[in-house]
Design a protein around this ligand. Sequence first.
Ligand SMILES: Cc1cc2nc3c(=O)[nH]c(=O)nc-3n(C[C@H](O)[C@H](O)[C@H](O)COP(=O)(O)OP(=O)(O)OC[C@H]3O[C@@H](n4cnc5c(N)ncnc54)[C@H](O)[C@@H]3O)c2cc1C
Length: 511
Amino acid sequence: MTAAYLARAKRRVLVLERRYIVGGACVTEDNIFPGFKVSTAAYVNSLFRPEIVRDLRLRDYGFRLIERNPSSFSPFVDGRYLLLGPDGAANQREIAKFSQRDAQRYPEYERMLERVAAAIEPTLMQTPPNVVRPGPRDFVSLAKLGLAAHKLNGAMGETIDVLTGPARAILDRWFDSEQLKGTLATDAIIGAFAAPSMPGTAYVLFHHVMGETNGKRGVWSYVEGGMGSLTQALAKAARELGAEIRTEAEVARIIVEKGSAAGVVLANGDELRARHVASSVDCRLTFESFVEASLLPPEFLAEIKRIDYASASAKINVALSQLPNFSAAPGASAGPQHRGTIHLCPDQDFIERGYDDAKYGRPSAEPVVECTIPSALDPTVAPEGKHLMSMFCQYAPYQLADGSWDQAAKDAFADRCFEMVERHAPGFKESVIARQILSPVDIERTFNLTGGNIFQGAMGLNRLFVFRPAAGYSSYRTPIKNLFLCGSAAHPGGGVMGAAGHNAAREMLRG
Ligand SMILES: Cc1cc2nc3c(=O)[nH]c(=O)nc-3n(C[C@H](O)[C@H](O)[C@H](O)COP(=O)(O)OP(=O)(O)OC[C@H]3O[C@@H](n4cnc5c(N)ncnc54)[C@H](O)[C@@H]3O)c2cc1C
Protein backbone atom coordinates (compact mmCIF):
# COMPACT_ATOMS: atom_id res chain seq x y z
CA MET A 1 0.00 0.00 0.00
CA THR A 2 2.76 2.39 1.00
CA ALA A 3 4.68 1.52 -2.17
CA ALA A 4 1.65 2.25 -4.35
CA TYR A 5 1.04 5.65 -2.76
CA LEU A 6 4.74 6.59 -2.87
CA ALA A 7 5.01 5.52 -6.50
CA ARG A 8 1.90 7.57 -7.23
CA ALA A 9 3.81 10.55 -5.79
CA LYS A 10 6.63 9.76 -8.26
CA ARG A 11 9.03 8.27 -5.71
CA ARG A 12 11.28 5.35 -6.66
CA VAL A 13 10.14 2.37 -4.59
CA LEU A 14 11.29 -1.20 -4.14
CA VAL A 15 9.12 -3.75 -2.26
CA LEU A 16 10.98 -6.67 -0.71
CA GLU A 17 8.90 -9.74 0.15
CA ARG A 18 10.27 -12.80 1.88
CA ARG A 19 7.75 -15.26 0.39
CA TYR A 20 7.30 -16.30 -3.25
CA ILE A 21 4.13 -14.19 -3.38
CA VAL A 22 3.25 -10.67 -2.20
CA GLY A 23 0.20 -9.94 -0.07
CA GLY A 24 1.28 -11.08 3.40
CA ALA A 25 -1.58 -12.66 5.33
CA CYS A 26 -3.97 -11.55 2.56
CA VAL A 27 -3.13 -13.98 -0.24
CA THR A 28 -4.75 -16.58 -2.46
CA GLU A 29 -2.61 -19.66 -3.09
CA ASP A 30 -3.38 -22.27 -5.76
CA ASN A 31 -0.71 -24.76 -4.70
CA ILE A 32 -2.40 -25.99 -1.51
CA PHE A 33 -5.15 -28.20 -2.96
CA PRO A 34 -4.95 -28.77 -6.76
CA GLY A 35 -7.71 -26.85 -8.55
CA PHE A 36 -8.67 -24.74 -5.51
CA LYS A 37 -7.81 -21.10 -4.82
CA VAL A 38 -7.23 -20.96 -1.09
CA SER A 39 -7.26 -17.74 0.94
CA THR A 40 -4.58 -19.18 3.18
CA ALA A 41 -4.91 -16.73 6.08
CA ALA A 42 -7.36 -13.78 5.85
CA TYR A 43 -10.68 -14.95 4.43
CA VAL A 44 -13.28 -12.13 4.53
CA ASN A 45 -13.21 -8.40 3.92
CA SER A 46 -15.04 -5.38 5.23
CA LEU A 47 -12.31 -3.24 6.74
CA PHE A 48 -10.54 -2.39 3.48
CA ARG A 49 -10.85 1.36 3.00
CA PRO A 50 -13.10 2.32 0.08
CA GLU A 51 -11.17 5.55 -0.54
CA ILE A 52 -8.09 3.44 -1.33
CA VAL A 53 -10.04 1.36 -3.85
CA ARG A 54 -10.98 4.60 -5.59
CA ASP A 55 -7.54 6.29 -5.31
CA LEU A 56 -5.66 3.37 -6.77
CA ARG A 57 -8.45 2.33 -9.19
CA LEU A 58 -8.24 -1.22 -7.84
CA ARG A 59 -11.42 -2.26 -9.69
CA ASP A 60 -9.55 -1.68 -12.95
CA TYR A 61 -7.06 -4.28 -11.75
CA GLY A 62 -9.65 -6.97 -11.06
CA PHE A 63 -10.71 -6.20 -7.45
CA ARG A 64 -14.36 -7.21 -6.90
CA LEU A 65 -16.31 -7.69 -3.70
CA ILE A 66 -19.04 -10.28 -3.36
CA GLU A 67 -21.55 -9.21 -0.71
CA ARG A 68 -22.79 -11.84 1.66
CA ASN A 69 -26.46 -11.89 2.58
CA PRO A 70 -27.14 -13.24 5.14
CA SER A 71 -23.84 -12.56 6.81
CA SER A 72 -24.06 -15.19 9.51
CA PHE A 73 -25.71 -18.53 10.20
CA SER A 74 -25.70 -20.12 13.64
CA PRO A 75 -27.15 -23.63 13.88
CA PHE A 76 -28.12 -25.07 17.28
CA VAL A 77 -28.42 -28.69 18.34
CA ASP A 78 -32.10 -28.24 19.23
CA GLY A 79 -32.78 -27.84 15.49
CA ARG A 80 -33.20 -24.07 15.53
CA TYR A 81 -30.94 -21.60 13.73
CA LEU A 82 -30.26 -17.88 13.61
CA LEU A 83 -29.58 -15.97 10.39
CA LEU A 84 -28.34 -12.37 10.59
CA GLY A 85 -27.55 -9.96 7.80
CA PRO A 86 -28.01 -6.48 6.39
CA ASP A 87 -31.85 -6.68 6.31
CA GLY A 88 -33.07 -5.16 9.59
CA ALA A 89 -36.61 -6.55 9.42
CA ALA A 90 -35.32 -10.06 8.61
CA ASN A 91 -32.92 -9.84 11.58
CA GLN A 92 -35.78 -8.97 13.91
CA ARG A 93 -37.84 -11.91 12.66
CA GLU A 94 -34.88 -14.25 13.16
CA ILE A 95 -34.03 -12.98 16.65
CA ALA A 96 -37.71 -13.15 17.68
CA LYS A 97 -37.42 -16.96 17.34
CA PHE A 98 -35.30 -16.76 20.50
CA SER A 99 -36.44 -13.59 22.28
CA GLN A 100 -39.07 -10.98 21.44
CA ARG A 101 -37.34 -8.46 23.66
CA ASP A 102 -33.98 -8.97 21.93
CA ALA A 103 -35.66 -8.57 18.54
CA GLN A 104 -36.98 -5.20 19.65
CA ARG A 105 -33.64 -4.10 21.06
CA TYR A 106 -31.41 -5.24 18.19
CA PRO A 107 -31.97 -2.17 15.94
CA GLU A 108 -31.08 0.12 18.87
CA TYR A 109 -27.93 -1.96 19.56
CA GLU A 110 -26.93 -1.55 15.91
CA ARG A 111 -27.58 2.21 16.11
CA MET A 112 -25.35 2.38 19.21
CA LEU A 113 -22.50 0.65 17.33
CA GLU A 114 -23.17 2.93 14.37
CA ARG A 115 -22.75 6.01 16.62
CA VAL A 116 -19.47 4.68 18.00
CA ALA A 117 -18.29 3.78 14.49
CA ALA A 118 -19.14 7.23 13.19
CA ALA A 119 -16.82 8.70 15.84
CA ILE A 120 -13.99 6.20 15.42
CA GLU A 121 -14.00 5.56 11.68
CA PRO A 122 -12.62 8.97 10.67
CA THR A 123 -9.56 8.29 12.84
CA LEU A 124 -8.58 5.25 10.76
CA MET A 125 -7.09 7.35 7.98
CA GLN A 126 -5.59 9.90 10.39
CA THR A 127 -2.12 9.98 11.86
CA PRO A 128 -2.65 9.73 15.62
CA PRO A 129 -1.29 12.74 17.49
CA ASN A 130 1.89 12.54 19.50
CA VAL A 131 0.68 12.81 23.09
CA VAL A 132 4.16 12.64 24.60
CA ARG A 133 5.86 15.46 22.63
CA PRO A 134 2.98 17.29 20.94
CA GLY A 135 3.71 19.78 18.17
CA PRO A 136 1.29 22.24 16.51
CA ARG A 137 -0.14 19.57 14.17
CA ASP A 138 -0.77 17.26 17.13
CA PHE A 139 -2.78 19.97 18.89
CA VAL A 140 -4.95 20.40 15.78
CA SER A 141 -5.43 16.66 15.64
CA LEU A 142 -6.33 16.52 19.35
CA ALA A 143 -8.83 19.33 18.82
CA LYS A 144 -10.45 17.35 15.98
CA LEU A 145 -10.70 14.38 18.30
CA GLY A 146 -12.37 16.54 20.90
CA LEU A 147 -14.92 17.60 18.29
CA ALA A 148 -15.57 13.99 17.27
CA ALA A 149 -16.07 13.10 20.95
CA HIS A 150 -18.44 16.04 21.28
CA LYS A 151 -20.55 14.62 18.43
CA LEU A 152 -21.02 11.44 20.45
CA ASN A 153 -23.40 13.34 22.72
CA GLY A 154 -24.91 10.85 25.14
CA ALA A 155 -23.00 7.92 23.65
CA MET A 156 -19.70 8.79 25.35
CA GLY A 157 -20.11 6.29 28.19
CA GLU A 158 -21.08 3.55 25.78
CA THR A 159 -18.07 4.39 23.60
CA ILE A 160 -15.70 4.07 26.55
CA ASP A 161 -17.30 0.71 27.38
CA VAL A 162 -16.75 -0.43 23.81
CA LEU A 163 -13.15 0.75 23.80
CA THR A 164 -12.17 -0.76 27.13
CA GLY A 165 -14.76 -3.20 28.45
CA PRO A 166 -15.56 -6.88 28.18
CA ALA A 167 -17.87 -7.80 25.29
CA ARG A 168 -19.86 -10.03 27.61
CA ALA A 169 -20.92 -7.21 29.92
CA ILE A 170 -22.22 -5.22 26.95
CA LEU A 171 -24.00 -8.16 25.34
CA ASP A 172 -25.54 -9.25 28.67
CA ARG A 173 -26.80 -5.72 29.20
CA TRP A 174 -28.45 -5.58 25.80
CA PHE A 175 -29.78 -9.07 25.25
CA ASP A 176 -31.29 -12.16 26.92
CA SER A 177 -30.94 -14.84 24.26
CA GLU A 178 -27.78 -16.92 24.67
CA GLN A 179 -27.99 -17.93 21.01
CA LEU A 180 -27.79 -14.32 19.87
CA LYS A 181 -25.10 -13.42 22.41
CA GLY A 182 -23.02 -16.50 21.51
CA THR A 183 -23.15 -15.54 17.84
CA LEU A 184 -22.16 -11.92 18.46
CA ALA A 185 -19.51 -12.82 21.05
CA THR A 186 -17.48 -14.92 18.60
CA ASP A 187 -16.52 -11.68 16.83
CA ALA A 188 -15.15 -10.41 20.14
CA ILE A 189 -12.50 -13.11 20.39
CA ILE A 190 -11.35 -13.51 16.77
CA GLY A 191 -7.59 -13.34 16.82
CA ALA A 192 -7.53 -12.35 20.50
CA PHE A 193 -6.27 -14.62 23.25
CA ALA A 194 -9.14 -13.59 25.51
CA ALA A 195 -12.61 -14.68 26.60
CA PRO A 196 -15.66 -12.42 26.15
CA SER A 197 -15.68 -11.75 29.90
CA MET A 198 -12.27 -10.08 29.66
CA PRO A 199 -11.74 -6.32 29.27
CA GLY A 200 -10.75 -5.28 25.77
CA THR A 201 -12.88 -7.84 23.94
CA ALA A 202 -15.65 -5.32 23.24
CA TYR A 203 -13.20 -3.43 21.04
CA VAL A 204 -12.35 -6.58 19.09
CA LEU A 205 -16.09 -7.09 18.56
CA PHE A 206 -16.45 -3.50 17.44
CA HIS A 207 -13.38 -3.75 15.18
CA HIS A 208 -15.22 -6.53 13.36
CA VAL A 209 -18.44 -4.56 12.84
CA MET A 210 -16.77 -1.30 11.87
CA GLY A 211 -16.17 -1.96 8.19
CA GLU A 212 -18.41 -1.84 5.17
CA THR A 213 -18.99 -3.33 1.74
CA ASN A 214 -20.05 -1.11 -1.13
CA GLY A 215 -21.15 1.55 1.37
CA LYS A 216 -23.10 -0.84 3.62
CA ARG A 217 -21.89 -0.73 7.22
CA GLY A 218 -20.91 -3.99 8.90
CA VAL A 219 -21.38 -6.07 5.74
CA TRP A 220 -18.51 -8.50 5.24
CA SER A 221 -17.75 -9.74 1.76
CA TYR A 222 -15.70 -12.26 -0.14
CA VAL A 223 -13.14 -11.00 -2.58
CA GLU A 224 -13.76 -12.60 -5.95
CA GLY A 225 -11.01 -15.14 -6.60
CA GLY A 226 -9.99 -15.14 -2.92
CA MET A 227 -8.46 -12.49 -0.68
CA GLY A 228 -5.27 -12.48 -2.74
CA SER A 229 -7.14 -10.82 -5.63
CA LEU A 230 -7.09 -7.69 -3.47
CA THR A 231 -3.33 -7.72 -2.92
CA GLN A 232 -2.67 -8.80 -6.53
CA ALA A 233 -4.77 -5.87 -7.76
CA LEU A 234 -2.75 -3.65 -5.44
CA ALA A 235 0.53 -5.10 -6.74
CA LYS A 236 -0.57 -4.47 -10.34
CA ALA A 237 -1.58 -0.90 -9.50
CA ALA A 238 1.74 -0.30 -7.70
CA ARG A 239 3.76 -1.74 -10.59
CA GLU A 240 1.88 0.36 -13.09
CA LEU A 241 2.65 3.42 -10.99
CA GLY A 242 6.34 2.47 -11.21
CA ALA A 243 7.04 0.46 -8.05
CA GLU A 244 9.31 -2.56 -8.31
CA ILE A 245 8.32 -5.70 -6.38
CA ARG A 246 10.84 -8.40 -5.60
CA THR A 247 9.71 -11.70 -4.06
CA GLU A 248 11.91 -14.27 -2.27
CA ALA A 249 13.89 -11.31 -0.97
CA GLU A 250 14.17 -11.67 2.80
CA VAL A 251 15.34 -8.65 4.75
CA ALA A 252 17.84 -9.56 7.47
CA ARG A 253 18.97 -6.15 8.64
CA ILE A 254 18.23 -2.46 8.28
CA ILE A 255 21.32 -0.37 7.56
CA VAL A 256 21.57 2.61 9.91
CA GLU A 257 24.20 5.28 9.34
CA LYS A 258 24.61 8.35 11.53
CA GLY A 259 21.26 7.61 13.18
CA SER A 260 19.42 7.42 9.87
CA ALA A 261 18.08 4.42 7.90
CA ALA A 262 20.13 3.99 4.73
CA GLY A 263 18.91 0.72 3.23
CA VAL A 264 18.66 -2.98 3.99
CA VAL A 265 20.75 -6.11 3.87
CA LEU A 266 19.01 -9.23 2.57
CA ALA A 267 19.40 -12.70 4.04
CA ASN A 268 21.49 -13.63 0.97
CA GLY A 269 23.90 -10.79 1.81
CA ASP A 270 22.77 -8.36 -0.92
CA GLU A 271 22.94 -4.75 0.25
CA LEU A 272 20.32 -2.33 -1.06
CA ARG A 273 20.77 1.37 -0.36
CA ALA A 274 17.81 3.73 0.05
CA ARG A 275 17.07 7.13 1.52
CA HIS A 276 14.00 5.85 3.38
CA VAL A 277 13.00 2.44 4.71
CA ALA A 278 9.43 1.44 5.63
CA SER A 279 8.83 -1.77 7.53
CA SER A 280 5.48 -3.59 7.34
CA VAL A 281 6.46 -6.40 9.70
CA ASP A 282 5.82 -6.42 13.44
CA CYS A 283 7.83 -4.47 15.99
CA ARG A 284 9.57 -7.56 17.35
CA LEU A 285 11.16 -8.09 13.91
CA THR A 286 11.74 -4.44 13.04
CA PHE A 287 13.28 -3.32 16.31
CA GLU A 288 14.62 -6.48 17.93
CA SER A 289 15.89 -8.30 14.87
CA PHE A 290 16.54 -5.89 11.98
CA VAL A 291 18.08 -3.08 14.04
CA GLU A 292 20.88 -3.04 16.63
CA ALA A 293 19.34 -2.55 20.08
CA SER A 294 22.06 -0.01 20.93
CA LEU A 295 20.68 2.33 18.23
CA LEU A 296 17.32 2.68 19.99
CA PRO A 297 16.42 4.71 23.08
CA PRO A 298 16.22 2.21 25.97
CA GLU A 299 12.78 3.43 27.06
CA PHE A 300 11.44 2.90 23.51
CA LEU A 301 12.92 -0.59 23.32
CA ALA A 302 11.46 -1.43 26.75
CA GLU A 303 8.03 -0.30 25.52
CA ILE A 304 8.35 -2.38 22.34
CA LYS A 305 9.38 -5.46 24.34
CA ARG A 306 6.11 -5.14 26.27
CA ILE A 307 3.93 -5.67 23.16
CA ASP A 308 1.70 -8.70 23.63
CA TYR A 309 1.99 -11.27 20.83
CA ALA A 310 -0.04 -13.99 22.57
CA SER A 311 -2.20 -15.91 20.15
CA ALA A 312 -4.58 -18.83 20.26
CA SER A 313 -6.00 -18.87 16.73
CA ALA A 314 -5.65 -21.69 14.24
CA LYS A 315 -6.73 -21.62 10.61
CA ILE A 316 -7.87 -24.75 8.82
CA ASN A 317 -8.51 -24.73 5.08
CA VAL A 318 -10.60 -27.58 3.77
CA ALA A 319 -11.38 -28.89 0.27
CA LEU A 320 -14.85 -30.46 0.20
CA SER A 321 -16.62 -32.80 -2.23
CA GLN A 322 -19.97 -31.26 -1.27
CA LEU A 323 -21.54 -28.56 0.87
CA PRO A 324 -22.28 -29.36 4.53
CA ASN A 325 -25.88 -30.42 5.02
CA PHE A 326 -26.97 -28.79 8.29
CA SER A 327 -29.59 -30.63 10.36
CA ALA A 328 -31.08 -27.27 11.40
CA ALA A 329 -31.38 -26.03 7.78
CA PRO A 330 -31.17 -29.05 5.48
CA GLY A 331 -30.08 -28.66 1.89
CA ALA A 332 -27.14 -29.86 -0.15
CA SER A 333 -27.20 -27.04 -2.68
CA ALA A 334 -25.98 -23.55 -1.84
CA GLY A 335 -28.55 -21.82 0.38
CA PRO A 336 -28.58 -18.88 2.82
CA GLN A 337 -27.00 -21.12 5.48
CA HIS A 338 -23.86 -21.50 3.35
CA ARG A 339 -23.32 -17.89 2.28
CA GLY A 340 -22.22 -16.10 5.42
CA THR A 341 -20.03 -16.96 8.39
CA ILE A 342 -21.19 -20.14 10.09
CA HIS A 343 -20.86 -19.69 13.85
CA LEU A 344 -20.61 -22.93 15.80
CA CYS A 345 -21.04 -21.59 19.29
CA PRO A 346 -24.14 -22.27 21.40
CA ASP A 347 -23.56 -19.59 24.02
CA GLN A 348 -21.01 -17.38 25.73
CA ASP A 349 -20.21 -19.94 28.44
CA PHE A 350 -19.08 -22.30 25.69
CA ILE A 351 -16.47 -19.73 24.65
CA GLU A 352 -15.43 -19.18 28.28
CA ARG A 353 -14.86 -22.92 28.75
CA GLY A 354 -12.82 -23.06 25.55
CA TYR A 355 -10.70 -20.24 26.93
CA ASP A 356 -10.34 -21.95 30.33
CA ASP A 357 -8.49 -24.81 28.61
CA ALA A 358 -6.27 -22.46 26.66
CA LYS A 359 -5.24 -20.27 29.58
CA TYR A 360 -3.54 -23.35 31.06
CA GLY A 361 -1.82 -24.07 27.75
CA ARG A 362 -4.25 -26.71 26.45
CA PRO A 363 -5.99 -26.44 23.06
CA SER A 364 -9.75 -26.20 23.73
CA ALA A 365 -11.46 -29.56 24.21
CA GLU A 366 -14.45 -28.06 22.39
CA PRO A 367 -13.14 -25.30 20.11
CA VAL A 368 -15.11 -22.25 18.98
CA VAL A 369 -15.24 -22.60 15.22
CA GLU A 370 -16.38 -20.18 12.58
CA CYS A 371 -16.55 -21.40 9.01
CA THR A 372 -16.91 -19.69 5.69
CA ILE A 373 -17.57 -21.33 2.33
CA PRO A 374 -16.57 -18.75 -0.29
CA SER A 375 -17.32 -21.20 -3.11
CA ALA A 376 -21.03 -20.95 -2.18
CA LEU A 377 -20.96 -17.46 -3.73
CA ASP A 378 -17.76 -17.46 -5.79
CA PRO A 379 -17.46 -20.42 -8.16
CA THR A 380 -13.97 -19.31 -9.25
CA VAL A 381 -12.30 -20.62 -6.07
CA ALA A 382 -13.15 -24.34 -6.38
CA PRO A 383 -13.48 -26.86 -9.21
CA GLU A 384 -17.06 -27.35 -10.43
CA GLY A 385 -19.18 -29.23 -7.91
CA LYS A 386 -16.52 -28.96 -5.18
CA HIS A 387 -16.30 -26.50 -2.30
CA LEU A 388 -13.76 -24.67 -0.23
CA MET A 389 -14.19 -24.10 3.50
CA SER A 390 -12.20 -21.86 5.74
CA MET A 391 -12.28 -22.61 9.47
CA PHE A 392 -11.06 -20.07 11.98
CA CYS A 393 -10.69 -21.91 15.28
CA GLN A 394 -10.09 -20.84 18.82
CA TYR A 395 -8.44 -21.55 21.20
CA ALA A 396 -5.17 -23.06 20.08
CA PRO A 397 -2.56 -21.46 22.36
CA TYR A 398 0.83 -20.81 20.73
CA GLN A 399 2.55 -21.92 23.92
CA LEU A 400 1.45 -25.43 24.87
CA ALA A 401 1.76 -26.65 28.45
CA ASP A 402 2.65 -30.14 27.17
CA GLY A 403 4.43 -30.97 23.94
CA SER A 404 4.57 -28.89 20.80
CA TRP A 405 2.43 -28.10 17.77
CA ASP A 406 3.65 -31.18 15.89
CA GLN A 407 1.50 -32.95 13.29
CA ALA A 408 -0.16 -35.15 15.94
CA ALA A 409 -1.19 -32.12 18.03
CA LYS A 410 -2.47 -30.31 14.94
CA ASP A 411 -4.43 -33.35 13.76
CA ALA A 412 -5.97 -33.87 17.21
CA PHE A 413 -7.11 -30.23 17.36
CA ALA A 414 -8.39 -30.24 13.76
CA ASP A 415 -10.29 -33.48 14.44
CA ARG A 416 -12.07 -31.78 17.33
CA CYS A 417 -12.91 -28.78 15.13
CA PHE A 418 -14.29 -31.15 12.47
CA GLU A 419 -16.33 -32.86 15.19
CA MET A 420 -17.97 -29.50 15.91
CA VAL A 421 -19.06 -29.22 12.28
CA GLU A 422 -20.13 -32.88 12.13
CA ARG A 423 -22.34 -32.30 15.20
CA HIS A 424 -24.39 -29.83 13.15
CA ALA A 425 -23.90 -31.27 9.66
CA PRO A 426 -23.70 -35.08 9.75
CA GLY A 427 -21.64 -36.43 6.85
CA PHE A 428 -19.29 -33.43 6.85
CA LYS A 429 -16.21 -35.47 7.73
CA GLU A 430 -16.81 -37.84 4.82
CA SER A 431 -16.96 -34.91 2.41
CA VAL A 432 -13.43 -33.73 3.28
CA ILE A 433 -11.02 -34.20 0.35
CA ALA A 434 -8.01 -32.52 1.95
CA ARG A 435 -7.14 -30.17 4.80
CA GLN A 436 -4.41 -27.70 5.63
CA ILE A 437 -3.95 -26.99 9.34
CA LEU A 438 -2.17 -23.81 10.38
CA SER A 439 -1.40 -23.75 14.10
CA PRO A 440 -0.21 -20.42 15.57
CA VAL A 441 3.33 -21.74 15.10
CA ASP A 442 2.64 -22.37 11.38
CA ILE A 443 1.13 -18.88 11.10
CA GLU A 444 4.32 -17.50 12.63
CA ARG A 445 6.59 -19.51 10.32
CA THR A 446 4.62 -18.88 7.13
CA PHE A 447 3.89 -15.18 7.51
CA ASN A 448 6.64 -14.21 9.95
CA LEU A 449 4.05 -13.02 12.46
CA THR A 450 5.56 -13.16 15.96
CA GLY A 451 3.73 -15.63 18.19
CA GLY A 452 1.26 -16.27 15.36
CA ASN A 453 -0.52 -13.08 16.42
CA ILE A 454 -2.71 -12.23 13.43
CA PHE A 455 -2.77 -8.50 14.25
CA GLN A 456 1.02 -8.00 14.64
CA GLY A 457 0.39 -7.41 18.33
CA ALA A 458 -2.70 -7.37 20.53
CA MET A 459 -5.35 -4.70 19.94
CA GLY A 460 -6.04 -3.55 23.51
CA LEU A 461 -6.65 0.13 24.25
CA ASN A 462 -3.06 0.31 25.55
CA ARG A 463 -1.93 -0.45 21.98
CA LEU A 464 -4.43 1.46 19.90
CA PHE A 465 -4.37 4.85 18.21
CA VAL A 466 -1.90 7.16 20.04
CA PHE A 467 -0.43 4.11 21.82
CA ARG A 468 0.26 1.99 18.70
CA PRO A 469 2.97 0.83 18.67
CA ALA A 470 4.06 3.07 21.58
CA ALA A 471 3.04 6.46 22.97
CA GLY A 472 5.07 9.16 21.25
CA TYR A 473 5.66 6.99 18.16
CA SER A 474 2.19 6.77 16.62
CA SER A 475 3.06 8.86 13.56
CA TYR A 476 4.62 5.95 11.63
CA ARG A 477 8.01 7.48 12.45
CA THR A 478 10.46 5.61 14.66
CA PRO A 479 13.38 6.72 16.83
CA ILE A 480 15.60 6.08 13.79
CA LYS A 481 15.43 8.89 11.23
CA ASN A 482 13.99 7.83 7.87
CA LEU A 483 12.82 4.47 9.24
CA PHE A 484 9.02 4.20 9.18
CA LEU A 485 6.44 1.61 10.15
CA CYS A 486 3.82 0.99 7.46
CA GLY A 487 1.94 -2.18 8.45
CA SER A 488 -0.50 -3.36 11.07
CA ALA A 489 2.06 -2.86 13.87
CA ALA A 490 1.09 0.81 13.48
CA HIS A 491 -2.31 2.56 13.74
CA PRO A 492 -5.03 1.37 13.10
CA GLY A 493 -3.72 -2.15 13.62
CA GLY A 494 -4.66 -5.52 12.21
CA GLY A 495 -7.15 -6.42 9.55
CA VAL A 496 -7.06 -6.05 5.80
CA MET A 497 -7.56 -2.31 5.89
CA GLY A 498 -4.78 -0.64 3.93
CA ALA A 499 -5.03 2.35 6.26
CA ALA A 500 -1.62 1.97 7.96
CA GLY A 501 0.19 1.77 4.62
CA HIS A 502 -1.76 4.71 3.24
CA ASN A 503 -1.10 6.88 6.30
CA ALA A 504 2.58 5.91 6.44
CA ALA A 505 3.07 7.00 2.82
CA ARG A 506 1.50 10.37 3.64
CA GLU A 507 3.91 10.84 6.57
CA MET A 508 6.91 9.76 4.50
CA LEU A 509 6.02 12.30 1.85
CA ARG A 510 5.74 14.98 4.55
CA GLY A 511 9.32 14.11 5.48
C1 LIG B 1 -4.93 -16.63 9.87
C2 LIG B 1 -5.31 -15.21 9.67
C3 LIG B 1 -6.63 -14.88 9.36
C4 LIG B 1 -7.00 -13.54 9.18
N1 LIG B 1 -8.27 -13.25 8.79
C5 LIG B 1 -8.58 -11.98 8.46
C6 LIG B 1 -9.81 -11.69 7.82
O1 LIG B 1 -10.59 -12.59 7.49
N2 LIG B 1 -10.08 -10.38 7.52
C7 LIG B 1 -9.21 -9.37 7.81
O2 LIG B 1 -9.52 -8.20 7.54
N3 LIG B 1 -8.01 -9.63 8.41
C8 LIG B 1 -7.67 -10.91 8.70
N4 LIG B 1 -6.45 -11.19 9.21
C9 LIG B 1 -5.53 -10.09 9.51
C10 LIG B 1 -4.90 -9.51 8.24
O3 LIG B 1 -4.58 -10.53 7.34
C11 LIG B 1 -3.65 -8.75 8.60
O4 LIG B 1 -3.95 -7.81 9.61
C12 LIG B 1 -3.08 -8.02 7.38
O5 LIG B 1 -2.68 -8.93 6.40
C13 LIG B 1 -1.92 -7.14 7.81
O6 LIG B 1 -1.24 -6.66 6.72
P1 LIG B 1 0.23 -6.09 6.89
O7 LIG B 1 0.65 -5.58 5.56
O8 LIG B 1 0.28 -5.21 8.05
O9 LIG B 1 1.14 -7.31 7.30
P2 LIG B 1 1.27 -8.79 6.81
O10 LIG B 1 0.06 -9.25 6.10
O11 LIG B 1 1.74 -9.55 8.01
O12 LIG B 1 2.43 -8.70 5.74
C14 LIG B 1 3.78 -8.56 6.10
C15 LIG B 1 4.61 -9.10 4.96
O13 LIG B 1 5.99 -9.03 5.29
C16 LIG B 1 6.62 -10.20 4.82
N5 LIG B 1 7.86 -10.39 5.59
C17 LIG B 1 7.98 -10.83 6.86
N6 LIG B 1 9.28 -10.86 7.22
C18 LIG B 1 9.98 -10.41 6.16
C19 LIG B 1 11.37 -10.20 5.90
N7 LIG B 1 12.29 -10.48 6.83
N8 LIG B 1 11.74 -9.73 4.68
C20 LIG B 1 10.82 -9.45 3.73
N9 LIG B 1 9.50 -9.64 3.91
C21 LIG B 1 9.08 -10.10 5.12
C22 LIG B 1 5.63 -11.28 5.08
O14 LIG B 1 5.89 -12.43 4.30
C23 LIG B 1 4.34 -10.58 4.67
O15 LIG B 1 4.12 -10.73 3.29
C24 LIG B 1 -6.03 -12.51 9.34
C25 LIG B 1 -4.69 -12.85 9.63
C26 LIG B 1 -4.32 -14.17 9.77
C27 LIG B 1 -2.88 -14.51 10.03
